[in-house]
Design a protein around this ligand. Sequence first.
Ligand code: NAI
Ligand code: MG
Length: 500
Amino acid sequence: MTTIDQTPGNLTALLPSVMKFLDREPALLIDGRWQPARSGETFVSRNPANGSTLAKIASGDAEDVDLAVKAARRAFKSGPWSRTKSSDRAQMLWKLADLITEHADELAQLETLDQGKPLNVSRGADIPGSAETFRYMAGWATKLTGKTIQVGAPGDFHSYTQLEPVGVVGQIVPWNFPLAMAAWKLAPALAAGCTVVLKPAENTPLTALRLGELIQEAGFPDGVVNIVTGFGDTAGAAIAQHPDIDKVAFTGSTGVGKSIVRAAIGNLKRVSLELGGKNPSIVMEDADLVAAIPGLIQGSFANSGQVCTAPSRIFVHGSVFEDVLAGLSDGARALKVGPGLSPGSQMGPVISERQLVSITEHIEGGVTAGAKVTAGGGRLGTEGYFVAPTVVSNVSNEMPIAREEIFGPVVVLSPFREIDDVLHMANDTQYGLTAQIWTQNVSNAHRMATRIDAGSIWVNGKSMDIALPFGGFKQSGWGQEKGVEGVEMYTRSKTVVVAL
Ligand code: NAI
Ligand code: MG
């Protein structure tokens, strides 16, 4: 049984810059000024490794959102940003990426403290990935173009389209990849020339706030990026329904996604949604298990399973089912679970007590319904929000544990015999975010990729590179982020016709 070592002497020491940042006055970034919430309200962000208070955070609400929207509108319409050339936007985005790289150690510690993930993951993936997102999108700023169109109707016309920024955008991000999700949202919007009101998740506001300081340092004019920390039903809901926001971009639960669609009806603002998943991963009888098993372990338990793309429903051909179940269970038991600041940790805590309860209830519900736990099975320790990497078999596709997004370190495995059966089970879900196929048969891989209803299909391994368009089908979302699609969704196309 894993024990969680929380001995302070065994944890990475905090940088002076991190200590200083945690002590800062709670403030929102509105119109280039750090200011308290109008109401004066604050809340705290916690360290999920031990439940302790990390920092006081300003609790923004509808009034603050309104001020932020006004600032963003001014910046969009009449401020220096409205006259900024695409090459200048590209340079600012690139400068911001450099500042993230320069402050990577500090940002990584803040991310790990606030979110829980192992420090080497924050430092090795989340922070450099965020910098790369700004660099990639900096490139698109100068490459967005319209087209000229020949008119077939009688008459002599010169016609063309031009891409324009969509306007003021509201962006609401979750807590699983706090800085990386803020980057996925901000970078394309800024590349396109929009201005932004960003709301970080209430559990993990720290790196977005530090990013706000770096945004100012990078030279973005006042009001271009406004950051309103606060809760979903106050600040988040105010963004979704604000009449002067032109587009809202959201990542989070499917339930909240639907409430955003309803709220957006007021002014018919555009909506893009990256929602949940219950992603099928199919292991064929000819799969290279030496690659598949570690790939599934990584996919299932990275970030404590709090990943919308996690392969949380694993279907294994009957001929290799026992091997995969054993390999996955051994791998799960071997993972070193501990505080993100402990150098040996491979998996940190889950985000909150609420998430801990929700995850363990899902496991218990599964067991009650007849599922079998072969690794993990519940909470680890009594301090912090740690859940053992859990592998569950003997499930049917009807059980909630096989249907609902658990968003924790829990995977379910089922055997199959025929391709048609497994494709049916894979598609028998309200979600359609990602799917994995493990096989050495190239023809089967392509045929299955065509037949699975999911926005991203990964064969024999995954990549979330910023160049790859990413978005869900069915109730996993609307629109695609990343790639050129990710920038184009922050633009509108205007058709201009001139009779000659
Ligand atoms: P959530 O969807 O409530 O939170 C995500 C963001 O939405 C946060 O910034 C939150 O403040 C905001 N929000 C909440 N209610 C809102 C509202 N009425 N209007 C506008 N914004 C609102 O997710 P939560 O409750 O933290 O996690 C619950 C479940 O959601 C997870 O177990 C997981 O299944 C799913 N989830 C999926 C994510 C993804 O990447 N697709 C990320 C986070 C959660
Ligand atoms: Mg926190």
